[in-house]
Design a protein around this ligand. Sequence first.
Ligand SMILES: *[C@@H]1O[C@H](CO)[C@@H](O)[C@H](O)[C@H]1NC(C)=O
Ligand SMILES: *[C@@H]1O[C@H](CO)[C@@H](O)[C@H](O)[C@H]1NC(C)=O
Ligand SMILES: *[C@@H]1O[C@H](CO)[C@@H](O)[C@H](O)[C@H]1NC(C)=O
Ligand SMILES: *[C@@H]1O[C@H](CO)[C@@H](O)[C@H](O)[C@H]1NC(C)=O
Ligand SMILES: *[C@@H]1O[C@H](CO)[C@@H](O)[C@H](O)[C@H]1NC(C)=O
Ligand SMILES: *[C@@H]1O[C@H](CO)[C@@H](O)[C@H](O)[C@H]1NC(C)=O
Length: 493
Amino acid sequence: MSIQNSLKPFKFFVLRPIDIFSPLLRAVLVLFVVASFSLFFYLTFSDQNPTCRGCYDAHRYSNHRKVKAFDAGEQPTNISHLVFGIGGSVKTWNERRHYCELWWKKNVTRGFVWLEEKPEYAWPESSPPYRISADTSKFNYTCWYGFRSAIRVARIIKETYEMGLENVRWFVMGDDDTVFFMENLIDMLGRYDHNQMYYIGANSESVEQDVVHSYAMAYGGGGFAISYPLATVLVQILDGCIDRYAHMYGSDQKIQGCITEIGVPLTKELGFHQLDIRGNPYGILAAHPIAPLVSLHHLDYVQSIFPAMTQPDSLKKLFKAYETDPSRALQHSFCYDTVRNWSVSVSWGYSVQLYPWLVTAKEMETAFLTYQTWKTNSNEPFTFDTQPVSSDPCKRPILYFLNSTERLGSRQWRTLTTYQRYTEEARCDRPDYAPALAVESFNVSAPEFDRRLWNQAPRRQCCNVVHDKNSVDGEVEVHIRDCHLSESVTPPS
Ligand SMILES: *[C@@H]1O[C@H](CO)[C@@H](O)[C@H](O)[C@H]1NC(C)=O
Ligand SMILES: *[C@@H]1O[C@H](CO)[C@@H](O)[C@H](O)[C@H]1NC(C)=O
Ligand SMILES: *[C@@H]1O[C@H](CO)[C@@H](O)[C@H](O)[C@H]1NC(C)=O
Ligand SMILES: *[C@@H]1O[C@H](CO)[C@@H](O)[C@H](O)[C@H]1NC(C)=O
Ligand SMILES: *[C@@H]1O[C@H](CO)[C@@H](O)[C@H](O)[C@H]1NC(C)=O
Ligand SMILES: *[C@@H]1O[C@H](CO)[C@@H](O)[C@H](O)[C@H]1NC(C)=O
């Protein structure tokens, strides 16, 4: 039985004691001591003025770059302008293809799964077409803890480019277990001028991974995009880079090493998710940053997104909500029930958290720590703010998970999503908690998310808890809407 088919219990409270003798912490301590000594000696014995080192020299700076101006008359970027290169393997394709087949639109999405050899089984109808990677035995690979297949995967961009497909604006790279959210990916890429050199993706969530591999690179499993002009330069030097960066572990590191020779930095987009975590991804998904959801990865290595469901079924459920209103997927909204002094945090299409007390927006924004780091299973550090889940059930919110998704109306449509209470093993018995525990479900209505909002300065959307005579017992109704200009989520006093 493969990992994704086994049901693992949903664990909200998971904090582990911090091991102060973990190798990572020890290394950090040693580094700190060394750095403190170096700084001490430098400040004591250096006669240079430290404030002027690396001063900006305005005279040396001139902009000689000539770039093709963003062509206003050009068609907006659509699915036909993207080509995907998926790093696959004949050995694992059948276990993982359900991830790819979820987002791949047969005969619409362009691209290929790249394999190490011809499969001996019939290639599935629903899978993207495959290609066989060229031989890589002449290249060097010297990372003792890695795999030579990294060379083959790094060369996918070159092999795809050299097929000479027409009208390509972006090459998008991903693993066989990367799930892309296509509409959001297209919209996000459409905000960048594809006639310039762009390298777009995101870091690992686990700081230990960024320390070992790089902060400057787009992690391959989260997926990344390279604009056509950048690919044109990259493919000319890539084979040399593969040998120059022979000591590097991953294909994504080799690609970044090469792109930095061109001088192009990573443009970070927070919707790519490498998901270098273990345990329960709940905290990350319920506190998504204000950016469109673009990808998820490593779903075989974390607990199911929804409790009491397999991972493939969970993904289908998330996709159903996603497809109803792609731009709104996982977007956060906070509001207060001013009558009962409750706080509500909605992660649209996924979950609702009900706090039977008033909490600040900052607290609702901060991801619950329901997972550990990728390599050492530690509670920290991550590349974003986290907060522990209290071991006291009276100090944690009540959770609700997506139950149904519906689109109402035709031209100016809205969505209606419902969320059903998740019953934890431990629950709070305090009488003042009882009215909140009596809430069985949330009924959330939202207007269609205007995707053009992503072209503007990002802002979280607002919501109201609705009290009217039609209210049903055990159900709380929430309306999501644009915020008023001067509105803020400030607890009533
Ligand atoms: C995508 O844009 C091109 C123009 O570059 C246009 O010809 C084509 O019809 C569009 N395709 C879709 C699916 O919208
Ligand atoms: C895709 O195209 C092939 C060949 O053009 C065709 O046989 C097949 O039915 C198409 N599949 C879908 C899902 O449209
Ligand atoms: C590969 O490594 C060997 C041993 O370090 C070296 O002699 C050889 O030149 C390298 N090959 C390439 C193509 O860099
Ligand atoms: C869950 O969804 C079903 C429809 O899919 C609906 O009949 C049911 O009332 C919903 N439950 C709650 C608690 O909203
Ligand atoms: C959600 O609330 C609206 C408005 O009160 C109501 O019309 C609708 O039936 C409710 N939907 C569900 C599934 O409870
Ligand atoms: C809500 O909080 C305010 C301010 O803390 C307080 O004055 C009020 O009595 C509370 N209302 C309820 C219903 O608890």
